[in-house]
Design a protein around this ligand. Structure first.
Ligand code: PSU
Ligand code: MN
Length: 307
């Protein structure tokens, strides 16, 4: 199948592809549905710059006018940061958005799909979706987890946040054979805080070592992703008791307002930000930047090991 009618590479990304330079994918739901304007656009630009400073090329992925964009221009980023009718696009949404030439902001799942189509192995974000609390009755389990089970892209994130059931999320990943690596930590980070009560599968200490795990996985034909969980920098970590209380409040409000389906995660993130008076947003931005540093280094080593 000829993908050229679906995929559009920015010039910067196209050049990196030609020269074999390391490329790092970035998602766009975090921009359109995960953070408010203008902090979202500023975060996106700063993250791209961090990746460039580390010697890799950033490819922010989104769907504009029915085209999968691999790498966005400044104007496109700015548009995405403010547009109101951009669809939160996960795996199930892609066919309709492409066929009807609409705009879509890609979730972790959809970004993994697009990154794989574009031949990009490493993807940096803030947090992945997971098994929601109460999923035993709601069945709200993010499509991100299924994607991790089948699509060959490594996801650098800050662990899973406790708007989710972290324990069930780890169980799900285990069942699906997705390795969860702790970057410099044996404990699974919980997004706003550096650790949780759960262990990662393996602690890795360097980008080189991490790249080696990716290579081994895909060399032997084990399809699917790898979660690389990188703790938020100490100076930006939030107080555990405080953030736990805020998350409990946000969950209660979501239930009272009957928020469900794809609206659940954006609602909870927005509520937590409101309740923490913006402290959670500052933490969120800091951890994404840190993930960009680590992800770019991993991508550079992975490119070196596989060329
Ligand atoms: N977690 C965050 N910030 C985000 C998301 C998750 O801390 O922006 C977004 C990601 O795009 C993720 C999506 O893929 O939410 C998961 O949504 P859902 O639970 O509806 O699958
Ligand atoms: Mn969901």
């Amino acid at each position: 199948m000829d993908l050229t009618s679906y995929l559009e590479f920015s010039r910067e990304v196209e050049e990196a592809r030609q020269s074999g330079q390391a490329i790092v994918a970035l998602e766009s739901t975090i921009i359109s549905h995960g953070m408010p304007y203008p902090q979202n656009v500023q975060m996106a630009r700063e993250v791209e710059d961090i990746i460039r400073e580390k010697g890799a090329v950033p490819a922010t992925i989104a769907i504009l006018n029915g085209k999968i964009k691999i790498g966005l221009s400044d104007e496109e980023l700015e548009y995405l940061g403010q547009a109101k009718d951009v669809i939160k696009a996960s795996r199930r949404d892609l066919p309709y958005i492409l066929a009807s030439k609409k705009d879509g902001a890609t979730t972790v799942a959809a970004t993994m799909i697009c990154a794989e189509l574009a031949g990009i192995a490493v993807f940096v974000t803030g947090g992945i979706g997971g098994v929601h609390r109460g999923a035993e009755t709601t069945m709200d389990i993010s499509a991100d987890l299924e994607e991790l089970s089948m699509t060959n892209v490594a996801v650098v994130c800050a662990g899973a946040k406790s708007i989710l059931d972290i324990g069930l999320t780890m169980e799900y990943l285990e069942t699906k054979g997705v390795p969860v690596l702790g970057f410099g930590t044996a404990k699974l980070p919980a997004f706003y805080t550096r650790s949780s009560e759960f262990d990662v599968n393996y602690k890795v200490d360097t980008p080189e070592e991490t790249a080696g795990v990716l290579k081994a996985k895909w060399d032997i034909g084990l399809n699917g992703g790898v979660v690389i969980a990188n703790p938020i920098p100490e100076e930006h970590a939030m107080d555990e008791a405080e953030i736990t209380a805020m998350i409990e409040n946000a969950l209660k409000e979501a239930e009272e307002q009957h928020i469900k389906g794809k609206d659940s995660t954006p609602f909870l993130l927005g509520k937590v930000k409101e309740l923490t008076e913006g402290k959670s947003l500052t933490a969120n931005i800091a951890l994404v930047k840190h993930n960009a540093e680590v992800g770019a280094e991993i991508a550079v080593h992975y490119a070196a090991q596989t060329q």
